[in-house]
Design a protein around this ligand. Structure first.
Ligand code: AMP
Length: 506
């Protein structure tokens, strides 16, 4: 059987005349359109000498054409390499040097800047703008729609996604057709997606969440997507009566909660709200349930593995947990030093194994060997535990662990206590260099507009609740926490900005 993701999607289509994508401007794209247009684009790729296995780097705004370009790459057997639109030319130069794409598709505004370093390296450059026009589309329009989809095996590369790289060089995670198909089909079954579903798609499509979770699950379910160029809470509310499901990052939910129009009635036709990519505050989960009657389903995954765990569809969705390992994913928690598997409730390194786990890092065999163990388990870098009921809890990234005076402090534990203090909206706890302790705990807090809260009051509220070594030595107040586009708090920035805090006289 052909393992090509595109082949699997087209095999799942029952009625090619069905609308697969509807945009904010009311444009309707049927499954037949997707099949024809992806054929034209695949022919355009071949015209630009893209052969199976060649990388196609794409840095464009979200559009229907951009999504179809992803499918065209799969059809051609090429390796799709999506790049965050926020990356600068200097960053792009690194990715192009590392991945050596045959073709780069970019916004017309960046064409010349990219061509200057890419063309001498032998890469062709074509354009695609946010309206879905550009030189690549012109080339496709002049091409035939007939295209024999490349026959690939489970183990053949479908995509390379660069990790966010908050420390060190960004690594290219190699994902296979088998990885993408297995993960999307598992989620489709678990979350009960069918051709009746209408998914609100407001995520970017250069990341696992918007591309492989949202788009692949919807397309492999023969479902429809309401495709939004960006997240706009008013628009989401206006779409809800026509939709059945929403997939979002936690900030989607906090911003929607700020809308008076979010009511039980507004969400009455929806059957599923999924959150992931960053931790959802238990508070958000509770508020959402109170306002809409729906328990948000939180799941956990990453670039290298796709999704690993999910709260149950039928069983209890527990706030602050990421649920159970997916049916085809094995998960264990081990001592980070010895590698010995830990008992329930003990915090350690989360490792996973399954058909979702990537093939390795592009041209980095040592890094791959360091993170995929000989028995096939991938070291996620996330610290967590499995509770006696089997729910997985994420405690933080390994690199966010604070070691102060020889003691380990898990930021999440301190953040959870701070978040319980009346007047606190949210918090981030990081370790910064300290002359005596190696690292000192620092809390960065966002408080409510009316809240009368100062540094002393926060520390006083924590005393007696947390061991003394876990108490923040300083508490700083900010208007908002720095977040990246996927809603992750950028702790690296907080660490950088405050690196000298404990070496300066208070
Ligand atoms: P990325 O590879 O950019 O998708 O980032 C993956 C990382 O995001 C994971 O390793 C986790 O640290 C974090 N993450 C994803 N989903 C969740 C979640 N539901 N709760 C907590 N952290 C999460």
């Amino acid at each position: 059987m052909n393992s090509n993701v595109f082949q699997r999607i087209s095999d799942a289509v029952a009625d090619t005349g069905k609308v697969a994508i509807e945009t904010s401007s009311g444009r309707r794209v049927t499954y037949e359109d997707i099949i024809l247009e992806s054929g034209r684009l695949a022919n355009a790729l071949i015209a630009r000498e893209v052969a199976p296995g060649d990388r196609v780097a794409v840095q464009v705004e979200k559009s229907v054409e951009a999504l179809i370009l992803y499918l065209a790459c799969l059809r051609a057997g090429a390796v799709y390499l999506p790049l965050n639109t926020a990356y600068t030319l200097t960053e792009l130069e690194y990715f192009v040097g590392d991945a050596e794409p045959k073709l780069i598709v970019c916004d017309p505004a960046n064409r010349d800047g990219i061509a200057a370093f890419a063309e001498p390296k032998g890469a062709a450059v074509e354009t695609l703008d946010k309206a879905g026009a550009g030189t690549l589309i012109d080339l496709a329009a002049a091409s035939s729609h007939a295209f024999p989809t490349a026959v690939v095996g489970d183990d053949d590369l479908a995509a390379i996604l660069y990790t966010s790289g908050t420390t060190g060089r960004s690594k290219g995670a190699m994902l296979t057709h088998g990885n993408l198909v297995s993960n999307a089909l598992t989620l489709k079954d678990l979350w009960r997606f069918t051709s009746e579903d209408v998914l609100i798609h407001a995520l970017p499509i250069y990341h696992v969440h918007g591309l492989f979770v949202a788009s692949n699950v919807a397309l492999l379910s023969d479902a429809a997507m309401l495709f939004c160029a960006r997240f706009d809470p008013d628009e989401i509310l206006s779409l809800m009566p026509r939709a059945t499901a929403l997939m979002g990052v936690p900030t989607f939910y906090t911003r929607l909660l700020a809308q008076p129009g979010l009511t039980e009635e507004a969400a009455a036709g929806m059957r599923l709200f999924v959150s992931g990519s960053a931790p959802l505050l238990a508070e958000t989960h509770r508020e959402w349930q109170a306002r809409t009657g729906h328990a948000i389903l939180e799941r956990y995954g990453m670039t290298e593995t796709g999704m690993n765990t999910s709260n149950p569809y039928d069983g209890e969705r527990i706030a602050g947990t990421v649920g159970f390992p997916l049916p085809d994913v094995e998960l264990r928690v081990v001592d980070p030093e010895s590698g010995v598997e830990l008992a329930a409730d003990e915090v350690g390194m989360i490792e996973v194994r399954g058909p979702n786990v990537f093939k390795g890092y592009w041209r980095m065999p040592e890094k791959t060997a360091a993170e995929i163990k000989p028995d096939g388990f991938f070291v996620t870098g996330d610290l967590g535990k499995v509770d006696p009921a089997g729910y997985v809890h994420i405690v933080g990234r390994g690199k966010d662990l604070i070691i102060t005076g020889g003691f380990n402090v898990y930021p999440k534990e301190v953040e959870s206590e701070i978040d319980l203090i009346p007047g606190v909206v949210e918090s981030a706890v990081v370790g910064v260099p300290h002359p005596d302790f190696g690292e000192g705990v620092l809390a960065v807090v966002v408080k409510g507009k009316e809240a009368e809260l100062d540094e002393r009051a926060v520390v006083a509220a924590l005393e007696g609740r947390l061991a003394k070594f876990k108490l923040p030595k300083r508490v700083l107040f900010v208007d908002e926490l720095p977040r990246n586009t996927m809603g992750k708090v950028q702790k690296n920035l907080l660490r950088q900005e405050n690196a000298g805090l404990y070496s300066r006289p208070a």
